[in-house]
Design a protein around this ligand. Structure first.
Ligand SMILES: Cc1ncc(C[n+]2csc(CCOP(=O)(O)OP(=O)(O)O)c2C)c(N)n1
Ligand SMILES: [Mg+2]
Length: 282
């Protein structure tokens, strides 16, 4: 997909996830809206995957280490045909496999996640296996910025550099909020880019809600042979819904009927602007 198509797709995914969360009366709305552009760029513009062969040996791997914001991922996997789209209506209901965190019983999910701080270590193992088996696939790991407070992230970072895993891409959804407020108030992270660089990673900083920037960053990998890449994706939590943006309580706030209607209206207007070839981002 080109950048224009990707922007439109991201709007559709935002609509789908809001409807799904509203219906289920539960979900991580803010973080899912924050990472929708990252996932859309990866799944529709970058990753080599085949929905009809989810276990294809040479597929690129995606690990949602910030597993709580699974809603955008469920909507994308359904849209791509990993499972029927109607199944989204079962999200978080009794007996469903579409639970509130990634579940590897669902085609397209590589690993159960949700306890923060574990995805990067698993990704290091997968990337190392690719090197040892001379396989061409890349491993993408999406982490939260609040998640960076977990010590295990940094052990994995060290190992990724030690094994020279230039087939490993870490992405930090740097929305500056975690569950209870600002990351800098809860556990100061800065200077975060310098920390990743000091751990031996090639660091690329971008606007993580800008589809063009995302596509460019992902397509230039491996930028530095022998080094894993860390993409610092500077995002807005709640992106695309004005009253959810940068609002900490939208971490797991469920839109009521009125909020859902207003959000869908805003997203429809954003789509209209794109259709009119207006360059405004959703
Ligand atoms: C090990 C662990 N501790 C605590 C939690 C509870 N928890 C769920 S989401 C969250 C905040 C995560 O913030 P961040 O990583 O910044 O994610 P985002 O802002 O993208 O939602 C926390 C603490 C968890 N899932 N795992
Ligand atoms: Mg965050």
């Amino acid at each position: 997909m080109d950048v224009l198509e990707l922007r439109k797709k991201a709007i559709q995914i935002r609509k789908d996830l809001l409807i799904m969360i509203h219906g289920a009366k539960t979900g991580h709305t803010g973080g899912s809206l924050s990472n929708t552009d990252i996932l859309t760029a990866l799944y529709y513009g970058v990753m080599r995957i085949n929905p009809s062969q989810p276990k294809w040996e040479d597929r690129d791997r995606f690990i949602a280490s910030k597993g709580h914001s699974v809603e955008s991922l469920w909507c994308i996997l359904a849209d791509l045909g990993f499972f029927p789209k109607e199944e989204l209506a079962t999200f978080s209901r009794f007996g469903t496999r579409l639970i509130g965190h990634p579940n590897n019983k669902v085609p397209g999910i590589e690993m159960n996640t949700g306890a923060l701080g574990h995805g990067l270590a698993i990704s290091v193992g997968m990337a190392l296996a690719a090197k040892r088996d001379s396989k061409p696939y890349l491993v993408y790991c999406l982490m939260g910025d609040g998640e960076q407070a977990e010590g295990s992230v940094w052990e994995a970072a060290m190992a990724g550099a030690h094994y020279k895993l230039d087939n490993l891409i870490g992405i930090v959804d740097r929305n500056r909020l975690q569950i209870s407020g600002s990351t800098e108030e809860v556990m100061g992270l800065e200077p975060l880019e310098e920390k990743w660089a000091a751990f031996g990673w090639n660091v690329v900083s971008i606007d993580g809600n800008d589809m063009e920037a995302l596509k460019n960053a992902f397509s230039s990998i491996p930028e530095v042979p022998g080094k894993p890449t860390l993409i610092m994706a500077n995002t807005v939590k709640g992106k695309g819904v004005s009253f959810a943006e940068n609002a900490p309580h939208w971490h797991h706030h469920v839109p009521n009927d009125e909020e859902l209607a207003k959000a869908l209206e805003e997203l429809a207007a954003a789509l209209e602007r794109i259709n009119q070839k207006n360059e405004v981002q959703p």
